[in-house]
Design a protein around this ligand. Structure first.
Ligand SMILES: [Zn+2]
Length: 277
C-alpha cells in the first residue's frame, strides 16, 4: 500500500512512505494525515484494517494495556499439511503467536477486559488458542468484575484444526453465558471482515454490537455468496455492516472516530466503573 517511487511519477521526488494509496478509492493521501485520521481515508471514508497493536493504541488510555496469555500458541493436532510452516511464517511476519490479543486496559479511566483480532495472522482465523484466550478473557471479566470488549476480524474458524476449531464456537458461547448470569456487560465491534464461525458464535451474542462502516459481515465466502446473488434477488451489500444494521443484527454502524466515545458512553450507562448492568 505504501506509495513507491517510479519513473515519470510526479511524486517521485518525495520520500518513500510520505503518501499512501487508499485501497478503496485509490487516491493518494498524506501518510501523516492518514494516521492522524485513525487510518480512515479522508477522501472516501474507507476504514483500513488495523493490526492488533494499532487497534489497542487508538482504543485504550496510553500505557494502560496489560497483556494476558501472551505465550499461548497453537500446535498442529491433525498434522495438517504445511500448518506448522504457515504458523511459523505468520509468527515471524506479525510478531504475534495468535490473531487474538487479550488483556486489560482502561477506556477513559474505566478498567475493562479487552480482546482484539489481527487479520494479518492467518486471516484472524479462530483456532484452539483463539478460543481459549477469549474464554480466559471472559473469565477474567467474571473474576474481576470487568466489562468485556472484543474487536473482531476473522475469516472464520481455522480449517487446519478441523473440529477442534469448531469446538471453540460453543466453548466461547458457554463462557459468554456465564457473563450473562452475573450481568457483566459484553460489547463486540465487528471490523472488516467478521465472518463465518466467529460471526456465528461469540461475536453475535453481545449485549451491544457495533460495526465499523462498510465492514464485510456475513457467513458465506465469496463464491457461495456470489452464487446466492445470481440465484436469488439478494442485494449486493447483503454481507455488510449497513445491511446488518438495516436488518436488526447489530445496534449501530459507528465510525472509528466515534468508537471510543460510544463504548465509554455505554460503560457509563451501565454504571461502570465497578457497577453492573
Ligand atoms: Zn479512499
Amino acid at each position: 500500500m505504501l506509495f513507491k517511487k517510479r519513473e515519470g511519477n510526479p511524486f517521485s521526488e518525495l520520500p518513500d512512505g510520505l503518501f499512501v494509496k487508499c485501497p478503496a478509492c485509490k487516491q493518494l493521501v498524506l501518510s501523516k494525515e492518514y494516521i492522524n485520521n485513525l487510518w480512515i481515508c479522508p477522501k472516501c471514508g474507507h476504514h483500513k484494517r488495523l493490526t492488533a497493536k494499532e487497534r489497542l493504541g487508538i482504543t485504550l488510555d496510553p500505557g494502560s494495556f496489560v497483556e494476558m496469555d501472551s505465550t499461548l500458541r497453537s500446535i498442529d493436532p491433525l498434522g495438517f499439511p504445511d500448518y506448522s510452516g504457515k504458523l511459523t511464517r505468520d509468527v515471524q511476519k506479525t510478531g504475534l503467536l495468535d490473531p487474538i490479543v487479550t488483556g486489560t486496559g482502561n477506556i477513559h479511566g474505566v478498567r475493562i477486559a479487552i480482546g482484539v483480532a489481527d487479520f494479518t495472522f492467518m486471516g484472524g482465523s479462530m483456532g484452539s488458542v483463539s478460543g481459549e484466550k477469549i474464554v480466559r478473557l471472559m473469565e477474567s471479566g467474571l473474576q474481576n468484575n470487568l466489562p468485556v470488549i472484543l474487536f473482531t476480524a476473522s475469516g472464520g474458524a481455522r480449517m487446519q484444526e478441523g473440529l477442534i476449531s469448531l469446538m471453540q464456537m460453543p466453548k466461547t458461547c458457554a463462557a459468554r453465558a456465564r457473563l450473562i448470569a452475573v450481568n457483566i456487560p459484553y460489547i463486540v465491534v465487528f471490523t472488516d471482515p467478521t465472518m463465518a464461525g466467529v460471526l456465528a458464535s461469540f461475536a453475535s451474542v453481545a449485549d451491544f454490537t457495533f460495526a465499523e462502516p462498510h465492514a464485510k459481515v456475513g457467513f458465506a465466502g465469496d463464491r457461495v455468496s456470489q452464487q446466492a446473488q445470481s440465484n436469488t434477488n439478494t442485494p449486493n451489500n447483503f454481507q455488510s455492516s449497513e445491511f446488518s444494521l438495516e436488518h436488526g443484527m447489530i445496534d449501530g454502524v459507528v465510525s472509528r472516530k466515534d468508537m471510543v466515545k460510544t463504548i465509554s458512553d455505554i460503560l457509563s450507562f451501565c454504571h461502570y466503573s465497578g457497577g453492573r448492568l
